[in-house]
Design a binder for this molecule. Structure first.
Ligand SMILES: Nc1ncnc2c1ncn2[C@@H]1O[C@H](COP(=O)(O)OP(=O)(O)O)[C@@H](O)[C@H]1O
Ligand SMILES: [Mg+2]
Length: 447
C-alpha cells in the first residue's frame, strides 16, 4: 500500500489528511491524488463541518480552502488555533488568488504553508511531505523535552532522598554515639554514687574514733601532736563534709545527664509509643546546654518554660527529639547571630498545651533576628539555608517537616517578624488517626 518507499513513516494508512473545500471538483482531485499516495483522506465542505469533524478525530494535516461560504479559511484557522486539541495540526492554505496579501495573512494567523489553485500535483505532495516530517520532528522534540523534564525531576528526587538519608544516617550515628557514651558512663557513675554514702559513713566513723582517742588520751606523744597540727584536723573535719556533699551533688548531676542522653537517643524504640514530650524537650535542652551557657563572646541564653498539662503522645520519640534539636539549634544560631542587635536578653520560650480535638501544641520561640517574609514561605524547602558553607545544610527543617507531617500526622508552622523573633508551632494528634497515618506512609513508600 505504501507508495513512497523512501519515506514509509509518512505516507501510511495511519496518516490522515483533512481536506476542506467548498468546490466538489477540488475535493475530488485532492481525494484521488492523496489516496493514490497512501494517505487516508477525510473531507469537509466548509469551515463549520471541518470543526465539527475535528471533535471526533484528529488528522495529521489539514488542507484548508480560504474562500468558503459561512466561516472562511482564516476564521476556521483562527478557531483551530484557539483549541489546544487542534492548535498543533499543521494547516496548509489553498488559495485561488495569487494575491500575496492573502498568503501573508494566512501565514500570520498560524498556517504553516500555502498552495495556489489550480493545484500542481507534485508541489502539493512535496509540501505535504515536508510538513508531515516537520510535524513528526516537533512531536519528537516535545517528547524529548517532556522526558528530560521527567528525568530532571527524578534526579532531583533522588538527590533529595540521598541527602535525607545522609542526614538521618548522621542523626542515627549521633544517637548511637550518645547511647554508647551514656551506657559506658552509667556503670562507673553508679559505683561512685552508690559508694559515696559508705565513704561518708566510714570517714565520719574514723573522725569519731579520732575524737574518742583525743578524749581518752588528751596528752598524746609529740609525734602524734605534730602530725595532728600538720593535718589541720579541725579544718579537715569541716571541709570533708562539704566535699562529700558536693561530690554527691556531682554524681547526682552526672546520673541526670546520663538519663538525658539515653532519653535523647532512645535507640531501642523503633516503634511508636506513648511518650512524655516534656522529657524529650528537656533532654534535648540538656544536650544543647553547652550552647546556652554564657561564653566570652556571647551572653547566656535564657530558656523560659511554660509547660501545660498534656497527655502522653503516641510518637517515635527519637524522631521528635530530632525535630526539637533542629528547631532549638536554629533558635540558638539565630540568637548568636543577633548578638548585640536585640533589645533585652536572648531568650527561648517553650510552651506546650493541649488543644481541643485531641491535639497537642508545642511552641518554640526566640527573640532573635527573625526571618524575612520571602524566606518564611520557603522555610521547609530542602537545601534552603542562610548559613555559611559548612555550617548550614538547609535540611534540618525540611526533615522536621517530614517527621511531623508524614510520620506523625501533625502540622508544623513558622511565624516570624523580622527584627523581633521567630516562632515554630508544632501540632500533633495525641490519639493519632492510626489508620490514616499508617496508610499515608505506605502510599509514600509505593511512590
Ligand atoms: N529561629 C530562627 N531564626 C531565624 N532564622 C531561622 C530560624 N530557624 C530557621 N531559620 C532559617 O531557616 C534556614 C533553614 O533552616 P534549616 O532547615 O534548619 O537549615 P540550616 O540550619 O542548616 O540552615 C536557616 O538557614 C535560617 O535562615
Ligand atoms: Mg538548622
Amino acid at each position: 500500500m505504501l507508495m513512497n518507499t523512501t519515506r514509509p513513516e509518512i505516507a501510511t494508512q495511519e496518516t490522515t489528511i483533512l481536506v476542506v473545500d467548498d468546490t466538489s471538483t477540488n475535493l475530488q482531485i485532492l481525494f484521488d491524488l492523496l489516496s493514490e499516495q497512501g494517505y487516508r483522506v477525510a473531507i469537509a465542505k466548509n469551515g463549520e463541518a471541518a470543526l465539527e469533524r475535528l471533535q471526533s478525530y484528529i488528522p495529521q494535516l489539514i488542507l484548508l480552502d480560504v474562500m468558503m461560504p459561512g466561516i472562511d479559511g482564516f476564521e476556521t484557522c483562527r478557531r483551530l488555533n484557539e483549541n489546544p486539541m487542534t492548535s498543533n495540526i499543521p494547516v496548509i492554505f489553498m488559495t485561488a488568488l495569487s494575491d500575496s496579501v492573502d498568503k501573508v495573512r494566512g501565514l500570520n494567523i498560524g498556517a504553516v504553508d500555502y498552495i495556489t489553485k489550480p493545484i500542481q500535483h507534485e508541489e502539493v505532495l512535496a509540501r505535504i511531505r515536508i510538513h508531515l516530517q516537520l510535524r513528526n520532528i516537533k512531536a519528537l522534540e516535545g517528547m524529548v523535552s517532556q522526558r528530560t523534564t521527567e528525568l530532571t525531576q527524578a534526579l532531583d528526587n533522588l538527590k533529595n532522598a540521598q541527602t535525607q538519608l545522609v542526614q538521618s544516617e548522621k542523626m542515627s550515628a549521633l544517637g548511637q554515639l550518645v547511647a554508647g557514651v551514656a551506657h559506658e558512663i552509667n556503670n562507673p557513675v553508679n559505683f561512685i554514687h552508690g559508694n559515696l554514702a559508705h565513704v561518708q559513713d566510714y570517714t565520719l566513723g574514723l573522725l569519731d574514733l579520732v575524737k574518742l582517742y583525743q578524749q581518752h588520751y588528751p596528752d598524746p606523744p609529740e609525734e602524734i601532736q605534730d602530725y595532728t597540727e600538720d593535718l589541720e584536723l579541725d579544718f579537715l573535719e569541716e571541709d570533708l563534709e562539704k566535699m562529700l556533699a558536693s561530690m554527691k551533688m556531682g554524681s547526682v548531676r552526672i546520673r541526670q545527664i546520663v538519663l538525658s542522653l539515653r532519653n535523647f537517643s532512645r535507640l531501642d524504640e523503633a516503634e511508636k509509643k506513648p511518650v512524655d514530650l516534656h522529657e524529650g524537650i528537656e533532654s534535648t535542652l540538656m544536650i544543647l546546654q553547652y550552647r546556652l551557657k554564657a561564653r566570652p563572646e556571647h551572653p547566656a541564653i535564657e530558656v523560659l518554660r511554660k509547660y501545660g498539662e498534656i497527655p502522653l503522645v503516641e510518637c517515635y520519640p527519637s524522631k521528635l527529639n530530632q525535630v526539637f534539636m533542629n528547631i532549638l539549634a536554629n533558635a540558638i544560631d539565630a540568637l548568636e547571630e543577633s548578638h548585640g542587635n536585640i533589645s533585652g536578653k536572648p531568650q527561648i520560650r517553650i510552651s506546650t498545651e493541649q488543644l481541643h480535638n485531641k491535639w497537642v501544641a508545642i511552641r518554640i520561640a526566640d527573640n532573635g533576628h527573625g526571618i524575612p517574609e520571602e524566606i518564611v514561605s520557603k522555610i521547609f524547602d530542602p537545601f534552603l539555608t542562610t548559613k555559611p558553607m559548612g555550617k548550614g545544610t538547609g535540611l534540618g527543617l525540611s526533615i522536621s517537616y517530614q517527621i511531623i507531617t508524614e510520620q506523625h500526622g501533625g502540622k508544623i508552622d513558622c511565624y516570624s517578624t523580622p527584627g523581633q523573633g521567630t516562632e515554630f508551632v508544632i501540632q500533633i494528634p495525641h490519639k493519632p488517626m492510626w489508620e490514616s497515618v499508617e496508610l499515608s506512609e505506605k502510599e509514600v513508600r509505593v511512590k
